[in-house]
Design a protein around this ligand. Structure first.
Ligand SMILES: O=C(O)c1ccc[n+]([C@@H]2O[C@H](COP(=O)([O-])O)[C@@H](O)[C@H]2O)c1
Ligand SMILES: Cc1cc2nc[nH]c2cc1C
Length: 338
């Protein structure tokens, strides 16, 4: 499908008209859950997870047989502010590594049977440094949203999106600060491993970005354009497309969640089809998830990005859905007490 939007106004209208879950399928799944051979509630959050997936997939026997992982890569003008522990050329080098099968996400995608795709977006054209100018023009942010929109396979049954972009914890922190308020220093973290001075440079860059773009801070899509990045916009576009297809989404780390938060702040409820795969070690991620009301499935101290935490969470999702959809009921198994 070519993208159904040509402007931010079109995208905004599309977001306001997204489908909800199938309440009947969800009710049928809750009923089935009550009949499975286990004490009530004994599978804990796995039970809620299965019932939630049932609603979005529109079946009382939800599945994770065709998970799709899509990684978007972008480069950032704000790296000129000294905000990353790694040089910008690592972005294109890691894209080559993804394509050669050598990154963590390749191994995790294979482990959980996910189809994996990589989209490098204009890596030779970094966004503008947001401390000096809007990161993107409207045409650029719409093109990135459309790349994300087009990347989703409508036949996937679970969707994961991740990113690669040296410097991108800084635009992610800027989005979080713009969307939820608070001191920039409270949203920046060590990313790939910056020292104290690097952390201070990140907080300063975010503060200057917020000041420069103060006029748009009440408009989440303009915030994405002025303070975000191409891979962040692409993740937002992909998450919106998954919603249009009613495909449940597993969110990854801080950058992915910040991109997703743009949609929720633009239209409350826009992330109802998303769960948090994990909470990353990036200091603002837990706070961002709390602001979105999302409880992460995993907390393993990851701070890699590239969809890795969400891909790992596919293991939990697969376990939850296998139990829900394939366990015997008390009646089927002849077990007393159901
Ligand atoms: O997902 C996370 O929470 C996360 C936390 C820290 C770093 N990263 C990854 O590291 C890169 C951004 O870090 P930095 O220090 O360059 O801003 C980018 O490629 C991300 O995928 C990702
Ligand atoms: C090596 C490397 C791999 C990554 N994967 C996601 N972000 C990354 C950042 C770096 C620096």
């Amino acid at each position: 499908m070519t993208s159904p939007f040509a402007s931010l106004a079109d995208f905004r209208a599309l977001l306001a008209d997204l489908p909800g879950p199938d309440a009947a399928a969800q009710a049928a799944a809750a009923d089935r859950n009550g009949q499975l051979t286990k004490p009530p509630g004994a599978l804990g959050r796995l039970e809620d997870l299965a019932i939630w997936f049932a609603g979005w997939q529109g079946t009382d026997r939800p599945h994770c047989d065709r998970p799709q992982v899509v990684i978007f890569a972008g480069n950032h003008g704000v790296v000129a502010q000294g905000v990353s522990a790694f040089p910008a050329e690592v972005t294109v080098q890691m894209v080559a590594n993804f394509r050669a099968g050598g990154a963590a996400i390749n191994q995790l995608s294979r482990t959980f049977g996910a189809d994996m795709a990589v989209h490098a977006i204009e890596l030779d054209q970094p966004t503008q440094d947001f401390t000096k100018a809007p990161a993107m023009t409207e045409a650029e942010v719409v093109a990135a949203l459309a790349t994300g929109w087009a990347a989703v396979d409508p036949a996937a049954d679970v969707f994961v999106t991740g990113e690669m972009g040296i410097g991108n914890t800084t635009p992610a922190a800027a989005l979080a600060a713009a969307l939820f308020g608070g001191d920039p220093a409270g949203w920046v973290g060590r990313g790939t491993g910056v020292d104290e001075a690097g952390l201070a440079r990140k907080a300063s860059a975010v503060a200057r970005g917020l000041a420069r773009h103060a006029a748009v801070l009440d408009d989440p899509l303009e915030v994405l354009r002025c303070l975000g990045g191409r891979e962040l916009a692409a993740m937002a576009g992909a998450i919106a497309r998954a919603r249009a297809e009613r495909i449940p989404v597993v969110l990854d780390g801080f950058i992915c969640t910040a991109a997703a938060a743009v949609l929720e702040r633009a239209v409350p409820g826009a992330l109802d089809h998303c769960i948090a795969g994990h909470v990353s070690a990036e200091s603002g991620h837990g706070r961002l998830l709390a602001a979105l009301g999302k409880e992460p499935l995993l907390n393993l101290g990851l701070r890699l990005g590239e969809g890795s935490g969400a891909a790992l969470a596919l293991g939990v999702v697969k376990g939850a859905l296998a139990c829900h959809s394939d366990m015997a009921t008390f009646a089927e198994a002849g077990v007393s007490g159901g």
